[in-house]
Each structure stands twice: as structure tokens, then as C-alpha cells.
Design a protein around this ligand. Structure first.
Ligand code: SF4
Length: 292
């Protein structure tokens, strides 16, 4: 089959060996997401993975970090995932970490014993899109899980030794639900206390249902000013312990980075300075980054 579709990976996996052991996303229904819209979901047989691992082993025999693509690799059957990890451990003697995207529902379908077994085989960081802690917003964008289900999944995974890297989306509630989205997102993030928390701004891209909704006028994007207000409101509500926070994706209006709890006040001051600068567009969403 044609495997030419764009490969997505978190920025922090820039130096990892990336193995695409599945194509697309098994859910593929979130209205804001255009990542795998035209990609029929399929995961590779163990034979196919074996060939890929063997070839990669010729070129990168010392690989220490591996990222498994595409979306929600945790959705693969447990036995299959375990076999893939065993193959990686056999082929890469210096292997330290295997990371992947994992949705709440897929984590919840694994038992604690299975999560621990995968962790023992060096599964390390799970990247999970929380997007919002506000259930009406999650429902509106056709996210599969409720906020409480994602919090439960994250907490179980962490109790089994895995690290959570959680993403949230600024502006996902639109103008109608900006404040509720912010408050509920901070509350769920607090309940999760993931190792890493990152914020991106949602930008409706052509080809997605959210874009159509925006064109039809049923989804009103937050203005540039409101987007900054929203992230300030989220940060104000965060009570995290030992969490690395990033909002430095190109979609963000102001790049932010810090650790919680010690950098919270600094981040709020940076945002306050921008909010009072008069530089933000109070009527429109502002320019979208070139990369989108
Ligand atoms: S946001 Fe994640 S779960 Fe939703 S369709 Fe995109 S890849 Fe799939």
C-alpha cells in the first residue's frame, strides 16, 4: 500500500529512530484533526515489523530511543505490542526508551498487568491528546473519551511506571466556551499531573469538520487576545507538581516554557505583559503560522 502520507511525531522525538508500525489513526473522527483523514487505518503484521526493525538495525544499530508511529499505537492488541517491543529489545542492545501516541480509550483497554509488562519492555512515554477537560467541548469535537476517562487512563498508566506527555488545545471551545474550557482543562490536568504538559492553539485547517463549521459560522474562533487570556486562565488554575510545561509550538502566540510549580508566576507575568501591551488583535484570531 501507499505509505507516503505525512509522518507526524512530537517535537521531542526529533532524535529518535522512528518506526511506522501502523498507518493512520483507528479513531480518525476528531473534528479538528486532519492528520490522517485520507489514510485507511492498518497496522503491520509482525513479519513486516520484523523486516523494518532488521533494516533499521543495519543503519542505526546503537539506537537508544524509538518512536512508534502513526497515531494511537497503544490501540494495537497487547500481544502484538509486546512482540514488537521484544523485537526492538533484541535488535537494539542500547535501547532505553520506546515512546508512542496513546489515547485514553486504548490505555483503558489494557490491564494494569499489561501496562506494567509493556513498561518492563522499555515502553516509556505516552503522548496523549487531552485537548480539553470540558466534556461538552470534547463531545462537540467528537473526541472519543470523556475528560474523566482520560484522567483515569493517565493515572493508571503513571501508576504502572509510564510517563505521560499530555497535550491541550487552546481555543477548542471557541468563543462560546472559552472560559469553561479553560477552567475544566486546568482541573483535569491537575488531576492527571502528567510529567509533561504542552499547549497548542487550535487552528481550523481545510479538510476538517471544524474548518467547515467555522466557514458555516457555527464555530467562532477565539480572537488572538482571547487565546492569550485563555492560556493565562489555564495556567492560573494549574496546581501541578514537578511538571515540565511547554507552549512553544509555532501555533502559540507567545512561546512559553517552564516547570511547575516554580515557574507559574513568571509565566503569568509574561502573559500579563502581553495582554496589556495593546499588541494583540481583539477582533480576529491573528495570523496562522506558515507551517499550518
Ligand atoms: S486527534 Fe488523535 S485521536 Fe483524534 S483523529 Fe486525530 S489522531 Fe485520531
Amino acid at each position: 500500500m501507499n505509505r507516503d502520507h505525512t509522518l507526524f511525531r512530537p517535537p521531542s522525538e526529533a532524535y529518535s529512530l522512528i518506526l511506522r508500525i501502523a498507518d493512520g489513526c483507528p479513531w480518525n473522527r476528531c473534528t479538528f484533526c486532519g492528520m490522517y483523514k485520507e489514510v485507511p487505518y492498518r497496522f503491520q503484521s509482525l513479519e513486516e515489523v520484523g523486516v523494518q526493525v532488521s533494516n533499521a538495525g543495519e543503519t542505526w544499530p546503537d539506537a537508544g530511543r524509538v518512536f512508534l508511529a502513526d497515531g494511537d499505537v497503544m490501540a494495537l492488541p497487547f500481544e502484538h505490542l509486546r512482540s514488537v517491543l521484544q523485537l526492538l529489545n533484541e535488535r537494539f542492545p542500547k535501547l532505553a526508551r520506546v515512546n508512542m501516541y496513546a489515547n485514553g480509550d486504548s490505555i483503558r483497554r489494557k490491564t494494569d498487568g499489561q501496562l506494567r509488562e509493556l513498561h518492563a519492555l522499555k515502553l516509556n512515554t505516552l503522548y496523549m491528546g487531552l485537548e480539553s477537560g470540558h466534556d461538552p467541548t470534547l463531545k462537540a469535537v467528537r473526541k472519543r473519551e470523556t475528560a474523566a476517562e482520560m484522567a483515569e487512563a493517565a493515572n493508571r498508566a503513571q501508576a504502572c511506571g509510564l510517563r505521560m506527555s499530555t497535550m491541550l488545545l487552546i481555543g477548542l471551545g471557541g468563543q462560546a466556551h472559552s472560559a469553561e474550557h479553560a477552567d475544566a482543562t486546568a482541573e483535569i490536568a491537575n488531576r492527571m499531573n502528567p510529567r509533561f504538559l504542552s499547549a497548542l492553539r487550535v487552528i481550523p485547517v481545510p479538510g476538517t469538520a471544524l474548518y467547515e463549521e467555522e466557514q458555516a459560522g457555527s464555530f467562532l474562533q477565539v480572537t488572538e487576545f482571547q487565546a492569550v487570556e485563555e492560556i493565562r486562565r489555564i495556567i492560573q488554575g494549574l496546581e501541578l507538581d514537578n511538571v515540565i510545561f511547554r507552549a512553544n509550538h509555532s501555533s502559540n502566540i507567545l512561546p512559553l516554557a517552564g516547570r511547575f510549580p516554580q515557574d507559574k508566576e513568571r509565566l503569568l507575568h509574561e502573559l500579563d505583559a502581553l495582554l496589556t501591551s495593546g499588541r494583540l488583535d481583539t477582533r480576529h484570531p491573528g495570523a496562522a503560522p506558515f507551517s499550518l
